[in-house]
Ligand binder design. Sequence first.
Ligand SMILES: *[C@@H]1O[C@H](CO)[C@@H](O)[C@H](O)[C@H]1NC(C)=O
Ligand SMILES: *[C@@H]1O[C@H](CO)[C@@H](O)[C@H](O)[C@H]1NC(C)=O
Ligand SMILES: *[C@@H]1O[C@H](CO)[C@@H](O)[C@H](O)[C@H]1NC(C)=O
Ligand SMILES: *[C@@H]1O[C@H](CO)[C@@H](O)[C@H](O)[C@H]1NC(C)=O
Ligand SMILES: *[C@@H]1O[C@H](CO)[C@@H](O)[C@H](O)[C@H]1NC(C)=O
Ligand SMILES: *[C@@H]1O[C@H](CO)[C@@H](O)[C@H](O)[C@H]1NC(C)=O
Ligand SMILES: *[C@@H]1O[C@H](CO)[C@@H](O)[C@H](O)[C@H]1NC(C)=O
Ligand SMILES: *[C@@H]1O[C@H](CO)[C@@H](O)[C@H](O)[C@H]1NC(C)=O
Ligand SMILES: *[C@@H]1O[C@H](CO)[C@@H](O)[C@H](O)[C@H]1NC(C)=O
Length: 456
Amino acid sequence: MYYSSLPLLSLALCASGALSHTPNSYNFDPLHHLAGSAPPFNPQDPPLDPSPPQGCNVTRAAYLVRHAAIYANDFDYESFIEPFVQKLSNTTVDWTKVPVLSFLSSWKNPITDAEQEMLTRAGKLEATKLGVDVAQRYWSLRTPKKIWTSTAERTVKSAKAFDTGIADDGSDIEVVQVYEGEKEGANSLTPYESCPAYSGSAGTKQATAFLKVYTKPAIGRFNAAAPVFNFSATDVYAMSLLCGYETVIRGSSPFCNLELLTPNEWLGFEYTNDLMYHYNIGYGSPVSGAIGFPWVNATFNTLAATQNNMSNATTDQDLYISFTHRELPPTVLVALDLFNNSAFSGANNINGTMPTNAINHRRAWKSSHILPFLTNIAIEKMDCNSFGFDAATYYRVLVNNAPQSLNGCSDGPGESCKASDIGSWLNARAEVVGEYGAVCMTDYKNSTNVLGIYSS
Ligand SMILES: *[C@@H]1O[C@H](CO)[C@@H](O)[C@H](O)[C@H]1NC(C)=O
Ligand SMILES: *[C@@H]1O[C@H](CO)[C@@H](O)[C@H](O)[C@H]1NC(C)=O
Ligand SMILES: *[C@@H]1O[C@H](CO)[C@@H](O)[C@H](O)[C@H]1NC(C)=O
Ligand SMILES: *[C@@H]1O[C@H](CO)[C@@H](O)[C@H](O)[C@H]1NC(C)=O
Ligand SMILES: *[C@@H]1O[C@H](CO)[C@@H](O)[C@H](O)[C@H]1NC(C)=O
Ligand SMILES: *[C@@H]1O[C@H](CO)[C@@H](O)[C@H](O)[C@H]1NC(C)=O
Ligand SMILES: *[C@@H]1O[C@H](CO)[C@@H](O)[C@H](O)[C@H]1NC(C)=O
Ligand SMILES: *[C@@H]1O[C@H](CO)[C@@H](O)[C@H](O)[C@H]1NC(C)=O
Ligand SMILES: *[C@@H]1O[C@H](CO)[C@@H](O)[C@H](O)[C@H]1NC(C)=O
């Protein structure tokens, strides 16, 4: 059977992307704009090649990982989802008659109080998958003897599910639990909890200001369709949260339908979150870099140590993996000067980069790229003999599999940083972000500025 060559030609053109500039080729996936409830994905931000640079072998690596997908975060549930769900259960609106919202006539809340904050089935599977990914990426390195996790059940279970993937027998790996206390100084995987100067509510004001801006058209649309319900900004925000949580629980959600909330509104939801995290644990917080620095310092020191000079207390392994909550990875990024909106701007106008009345689409600080479920920051130590570079040891940072250039130390293979330069680079960072105890204004006597988990 023969086809005429013309349709074949246009098919081939489509497949090769030659027609991808037509107006109808617009694609938008709300799951990539869900901030803290985004399922794991690799945003390729920036799109540098994640494989080891030519001539380089990874000899050690460390990972800081946020726990996998949960049913719902307490704060999201109590502040937004529960009030919306209660309002739904009270309403007299006949949803069957409301076109885009008709699914509400039969929709059931998939989050029960008992399951809140627990890992979902998909979450466990994805944590195991990350373990397999790490095992495959570093197949020639030793399987770790220990991995570390903060004590919350969702982090411990993420660590155990990860073990199942990375090891032949997950129970061969010791899961070291690190207490989430409020007087641990920098010596935990939740150092913000022990930092009196950190405010859990920082950023709410700025986020709320933009929430009001971006939800206006959606409120107008929904209230035109179902006036009795009196949709509010927090109802619209709850719908976006439900898209994320219902997807990680049930595999899909009617709230992700782009006829319900438009791509532009999803970008508004994302930016609202970015504002909150910017002021809470990002560059807009005066304490975040000091909170993240101890993990950076301890991790580089541990990767640098050789078997000869490694203190006998520090576990000698090739891979150092730790599980924590969403707050820590962003502070580590600030300590590393990554995703800094001000970079290359010639200025440091922290607030100006995140206006609360309009989206800065060109910002570097995107929470969906920084703290989705299972978000991870990796530091790789590499032995390199690459064309055009000194044969030496280099370090590279990856965020969700995307290599990052350290500002001021990126002239090695694959934009890596030479090991002999990292000490002075870290000292300069310590100067910028400040010391944990001083910045946090710790008010208990036994605080410490050093993270010592790798020796426990
Ligand atoms: C729903 O109705 C109950 C009982 O009338 C009332 O106590 C509650 O405040 C209502 N909730 C909402 C969100 O309107
Ligand atoms: C400080 O003391 C408290 C008990 O009072 C303890 O729980 C905490 O772990 C200690 N912190 C450090 C950094 O040793
Ligand atoms: C509608 O909701 C707003 C808050 O979003 C509230 O101020 C207003 O009183 C409500 N109107 C009615 C008629 O319930
Ligand atoms: C970095 O860690 C080393 C080794 O634990 C410690 O001596 C040093 O004080 C730390 N630096 C900072 C700035 O905290
Ligand atoms: C161990 O030795 C390496 C290489 O000689 C050095 O860079 C590193 O700072 C040393 N680490 C410690 C903890 O002494
Ligand atoms: C570690 O222990 C061995 C034997 O117990 C000892 O010879 C060595 O000096 C110790 N190394 C360090 C860095 O303390
Ligand atoms: C962010 O970048 C600006 C511009 O390079 C710099 O002045 C500032 O110190 C950086 N912020 C942090 C916390 O490093
Ligand atoms: C930036 O915003 C923070 C939080 O609102 C505020 O404390 C700070 O003064 C602002 N900085 C400038 C330079 O306006
Ligand atoms: C990397 O590993 C390969 C295979 O073991 C080896 O031939 C090569 O010399 C190593 N390169 C460096 C720079 O260590």
